[in-house]
Design a protein around this ligand. Structure first.
Ligand code: SF4
Length: 113
C-alpha cells in the first residue's frame, strides 16, 4: 500500500493506493483516483530550471516544460538544458527545446529578456 497526498487541489486528500490492484482510497473526487494511479504507473512533473543566455542583463534565462514530463526523464532533461545557450532577445513562451528527448514536451522561456 502506497500512501500519497493528492496535490491536484488545495484540499490535499490522503490517498492509499494498492500497487497491485491500483485501488485508490481516501480520494474525495475522481481526480484523486486518476492522480494516484498516475503516480504509481507513470509519475510526471513540470520541470523548472534555467539555461545560459548571452547578450542580456542577466546570464540565466528561466525555463520550464510546457506540460508535465515523465519523472524518469528529469535528470536527462537537466543534462540537455546544461548544453543550451540562447541569445538575447527572447520572448516569454519561446520554445527553447522542441520535443525534448522525444517526449512530446517542449522547453519554453518563462520571461521576456
Ligand atoms: S482527491 Fe480530489 S478533492 Fe482530494 S485533493 Fe485530489 S483533487 Fe482535491
Amino acid at each position: 500500500m502506497k500512501k500519497l497526498i493528492c496535490i491536484t487541489c488545495p484540499r490535499g486528500c490522503h490517498l492509499e493506493i494498492d500497487e497491485e490492484t491500483l485501488d485508490v482510497k481516501g480520494n474525495a473526487c475522481p481526480r484523486g483516483k486518476e492522480y494516484g494511479i498516475n503516480e504509481i504507473t507513470n509519475p510526471k512533473r513540470t520541470i523548472t530550471s534555467t539555461v545560459k543566455i548571452v547578450g542580456a542583463e542577466i546570464n540565466r534565462l528561466p525555463v520550464k516544460t510546457d506540460k508535465p514530463i515523465a519523472k524518469s526523464l528529469m535528470f536527462d532533461v537537466m543534462k540537455e538544458l546544461d548544453k543550451i545557450c540562447v541569445s538575447h532577445p527572447i520572448t516569454r513562451g519561446t520554445v527553447i527545446i522542441s520535443n525534448v528527448l522525444g517526449s512530446d514536451v517542449n522547453i519554453i522561456a518563462c520571461r521576456d529578456l
